[in-house]
Ligand binder design. Sequence first.
Ligand code: PMP
Length: 417
Amino acid sequence: KDYTNTSFKDFENIAGQDVFTTAVEFQEYLDYLKRNGHLNYRIESLSPVGPEMNLMLPGDSGPNRSVCLVSNDYLGFSQHPKIKEAVIKGTEMFGTGSGASPAIGGHFIYHQQLEKKIAEFYRRKDAILYTTGYTANSATLQCLLHKEDIAILDMAVHASIYEGVSKTNVKTFLHNNLEMLEQVLRMAKDKYRTKMVIIDGVYSQDGDLAPLDRIAELTHRYGAYLVVDDAHGIGVVGENGRGVIEHYNAFDQVDIITGTFSKALGNIGGYVIAKPELINYLKFQSKQHLFSTTATPAVLGIIRAIELIDEEPQWRAKLWQNISYLKNGLTGLGLDVGTTASAVVPVKVGDIPRTLEAGRRLLRAGVYTNPIMYPAVSKKDARIRMNVMATHTTEHLDKVLSAFADIRDLLFIPGAR
Ligand code: PMP
């Protein structure tokens, strides 16, 4: 069977076919990918998150030492001794679990402290915690938007936002296209009750920023609210690591900020920041918050990580040095890194088969990257995506650049140059 243009999405919901039958067909597709070295999901690492990891590659009998560009642990904080110490202290003081959901006794002093800490980090008063960044987006939007309302999304927002708006009216606009956004806002103005424009601060596939200042102005001019997910911006973008909101000095211009502790903060969990009344509304109305067990005492490590963003700015400085070094090296090879302005660095390839093959060859050369394709990006826009870390050394990045130089011919569309 020819699977050249097949994607995971083709198996999502096959009309008239029972899901157990679909699963069998899907397994055949997975086996095909595996045989060709193109199954790059769930590669097993035997070592901690880091700039290098020991990977068990399919078909190998022992681990491979690889330079890793697949982690959102941008500042290396998941391994920071001071943060580990805070996690250990939290565990010693409070144990390994929180025992219940906030509705029935799972709300502890450390949750309260973290809510305050993350809100103050963005110069606000109150925040609400969720199990993950994914849930923060999906749960909040599900709770706030209904049939009489509309969600206006940049096409490239994260999957969790798409999931959150499944019960309300939805219009998308082309990525970062302000004319189209304005058209939608004009249409929606008198037609819907609550209108929300929802964008990412840093886009996870291109690493580019939203033009937040202009979007905020437009959104408010048409009586809509602005929601910004800055999952990849916090700790990375902005002089003091306050993300895209700081980059545009838009602290007062965003109605709802969402984000995650799982990337630059090196832990897990999501948050939502807004006016105290709205946060309180969510605290008592949002089911995924109320009825899901709260974070473990390891949140003491998140509190410490937020402090270290201010106390140890050298990690952010080193990260930006690494980003420039990698980007300059790649463009020096004639490769297209698009419009990135963050720690997410793509190399545009084009079609899916060449992207998968590039990912395989890089992996075999000891360079672990993410081939990204439809449905995460459009069908002709597949790419190799990398996440740079502060803990990458020049030697690591030179190894990456040399692996790209070796597969350079594969990366250009045949006949295009
Ligand atoms: N928003 C964006 C833009 C993301 O890239 C991610 C990452 N996976 C999330 C939200 C979800 O965060 P988490 O991994 O904490 O669920």
